[in-house]
Ligand binder design. Sequence first.
Ligand code: NAP
Ligand code: F7E
Length: 383
Amino acid sequence: MSKIALITGITGQDGAYLSEYLIKKGYIVHGMKRRSSLFNTERIDHLYQDPHRENRNLILHYGDLTDSMNITRIIQEVQPDEIYNLAAMSHVKVSFDMPEYTANADGVGTLRILEAVRLLDLTKKTRIYQASTSELYGLVQEIPQKETTPFYPRSPYAVAKLYAYWITVNYREAYGMHASNGILFNHESPLRGETFVTRKITRAVSRIVLGMQEKTYLGNLSAQRDWGHAKDYIRAMHLILQQDTPSDYVIATGITTSVRDFIKKAFEEVGVEVEFKGEGVDEKGFISSIDTSKFGERVGQEYLESFQKRIGTEAVNVDPAYFRPTEVELLIGDPTKSKTVLGWEPKYDLPALVKDMMQSDVELMKKDAFLKDGGYRTMNYFE
Ligand code: NAP
Ligand code: F7E
């Protein structure tokens, strides 16, 4: 018998990688997707199966974490062995603009799932993974951060996730449920949402070297994050639910890098050196040199001549619109528990992650005729 998994947030970055991973393992995967006026399944379209087909291993249900009855009905219908609660309003900056909605979806949404499993008498059958986050550490109380480090959330997103973390622990202790938190540090990929900083950078660098955009505007360049690859992190989610005993785990690489250094690495990946000058809002990134053979190989010889004129010009500016009212300056995780207990090891390091994202975005930007013609999607503003 195949195991049955229900993934909330299946249309997101992690949902897409996890569903593919579980299907390959022989699972039948059910996913909750939101109704939208446009298609919102791009990340999982390659897994889609016509509903008329028999023995499908990917089945989608309309749903929303703010709707208890809908969640309860889906769980009743699906009778899942494992629930991965990945759905969330996941953008930290946007959570300052939508604090109540964020609390409802990211905080109370988790309660709705736990309570549905309890009411449906599935506490012994259904294991639950809660997508907790390194944002819980916020104003960090210890370096590096591990499972026992006290939390100090710094955004409506993190405060909502704090409720979700503790209600998961509470249901585990109160009702003996197999409910666990993965405290995942930032993880990125070619599928990362376009307004998170790494993807914003790899898209912008690709556009700049292809001559489609002059410069990019970013916020706090000194923030430091422990960045891993989403493909590694979804394996940890699955491992957490395969343990006999539920528990909470930090998933991280143990290495931290500043936003500024991520920008440099993204440019280096295509043979371009960027130098930063100035401080605070006046800090700027200048194109200082080009490794012409690397540029030719990674971007294309035909783009080189016009890009050479960019030497000495600005490619990165700071716009305070991207600053957050309260910032998380430094995150670095200690993954000792997940390595020893779960046997989890990441396959990607930061250079491999940057390479994967840059290769994908250079190709994507070359193909995107809308962007090539000077079009600019509205998504980059203030996130
Ligand atoms: P993501 O790409 O932003 O995906 C979020 C998913 O949640 C999307 O499928 C989205 O649907 C869905 N969603 C949003 N609000 C919903 C609602 N009210 N009801 C139902 N679905 C809703 O996020 P991700 O990077 O894959 O992250 C997955 C989870 O891990 C999130 O809970 C996030 O907070 C958490 N997390 C992420 C990281 C990270 O670095 N990526 C680290 C720690 C924790 P649409 O596609 O329709 O928008
Ligand atoms: O910001 C700084 C920004 O939006 C990272 C979510 O997946 O990971 C993510 O949250 C850093 C911050 O991710 C820009 O101020 C500078 O210090 O990529 P981000 P995040 O806020 O760390 C955690 C673990 C989650 O759980 C969340 O769901 O980069 N930064 N300039 C910028 N950030 C953005 N977005 N845009 C900028 O222009």
